[in-house]
Design a protein around this ligand. Structure first.
Ligand SMILES: N[C@@H](CCC[C@H](N)C(=O)O)C(=O)O
Length: 277
C-alpha cells in the first residue's frame, strides 16, 4: 500500500504526519519503529496521525506515536505541526482548530505570522495524574536513582513529565540520568525527563530526554511542564521564554486552573510517499 505523508518539525523535534481522513492505513508498533529509523526508514521522533473526530464537537482526532511504536497522550510541538498540516492540506479552513487527543482536547490557533498558539489545558501535579508512585502531592519529590537522590517536580500535560533543576544544561547528565528516570519503577507508564536551568524569572534553558524517543532537539509538553513546575516552585513568572537546543518557545500560565498557552513555529520539510507492509 502506498501512503502519502509530510515530514515536518517544530524546533527540530521531527514528525512524519499522515492524513487518515482521506487515506486508509493501520500502523503496527513494528512498522512505526521501521519508519522511524533514521537509516533504514524515513526517520522521526514521533508519528502524527490525523483522523476524523469521534466527538462531533471536535474538528479532528490527533493520535501520536513515539519512535519506539508506543501510542502517547500528547505532543506539543506536534500539535503546532498538526495545525499547519490540516490547513496546508485544506482539510479545514478554520483558524481555530479543536482536536481530541488521548490526553484531552486541545485548541490550536494559526497566527498571521505562521506561528501556532496552543491552549494546552491545565497542568496537573497530583501524582495519580501521571501516574507517579507517591503518598502525597508535593511541589518537589525526592527520587532515588541508583545511589543518587534527586529532587523532581512531577507534572502531567496529558502526558507525564519529571522536571529536574540543574545548574547548567550543557553539562547536565541527560544521557546517563534520562533513561534511568524514564524507566524508573515509580513511573509505571514511564516518563519524559526534563533538565531545566533557570536563567531568570522569565527565561529557562531546557533539555528533554523523551519517553520512547530519547533526547530530542525540543519537547513542547516538556517546556510546558518545566514552566508549570518552575512557577509552582516560585522560581519563574509568566511569560517564560524556553530555550531548547532547537530554538525557543513562549509559555504563558496564570496558575491554578488557568489554561497554559504555548506559542511557537511549525515547519513543513517535504512531502513523500512510502510503501507500507
Ligand atoms: N515531543 C513531544 C512529546 C512526545 C511524546 C512524549 N515522548 C511522551 O512519550 O509522552 C512534545 O513536543 O511535546
Amino acid at each position: 500500500m502506498l501512503l502519502h505523508f509530510t515530514k515536518m518539525h517544530g524546533l527540530g523535534n521531527d514528525f512524519m504526519v499522515v492524513d487518515l481522513v482521506t487515506q486508509r492505513a493501520r500502523f503496527t508498533e513494528e512498522e512505526i519503529r521501521r519508519l522511524a529509523d533514521r537509516r533504514f526508514g524515513i526517520g522521526f521522533d514521533q508519528l502524527l496521525v490525523v483522523e476524523p473526530p469521534r466527538d462531533p464537537e471536535m474538528d479532528f482526532r490527533y493520535r501520536i506515536y513515539n519512535a519506539d511504536g508506543s501510542e502517547v497522550e500528547n505532543c506539543g510541538n506536534g500539535a503546532r505541526c498538526f495545525a499547519r498540516f490540516v490547513r496546508d492540506q485544506r482539510l479545514t479552513h478554520k483558524h481555530e482548530v479543536h482536536v481530541e487527543t488521548a490526553g484531552g482536547p486541545l485548541t490550536l490557533v494559526v497566527e498571521d505570522d505562521g506561528r501556532v498558539r496552543v491552549d494546552m489545558g491545565t497542568p496537573r501535579f497530583a501524582p495519580e495524574a501521571l501516574p507517579f508512585d507517591a503518598a502525597e502531592d508535593r511541589v518537589v519529590h525526592a527520587l532515588d536513582v541508583g545511589d543518587e537522590r534527586h529532587e523532581i517536580g512531577v507534572v502531567s500535560m496529558g502526558n507525564p513529565h519529571a522536571v529536574l533543576r540543574v545548574a547548567d544544561v550543557d553539562t547536565a547528565p541527560v544521557e546517563r540520568l534520562g533513561p534511568a528516570i524514564e524507566a524508573h519503577p515509580r513511573f509505571p507508564k514511564r516518563v519524559n525527563a526534563g533538565f531545566m536551568q533557570v536563567v531568570s524569572a522569565h527565561e529557562i534553558r531546557l533539555r528533554v530526554f523523551e519517553r520512547g524517543s530519547g533526547e530530542t532537539l525540543a519537547c513542547g509538553t516538556g517546556a510546558c511542564a518545566a514552566v508549570a513546575s518552575g512557577i509552582r516552585q516560585g522560581l519563574l513568572e509568566s511569560p517564560v521564554t524556553v530555550h531548547l537546543p532547537g530554538g525557543d518557545l513562549c509559555i504563558e500560565w496564570a496558575g491554578n486552573a488557568a489554561p497554559l498557552i504555548m506559542t511557537g513555529p511549525a515547519e513543513r520539510v517535504f512531502d513523500g510517499r512510502v510503501v507500507l507492509n
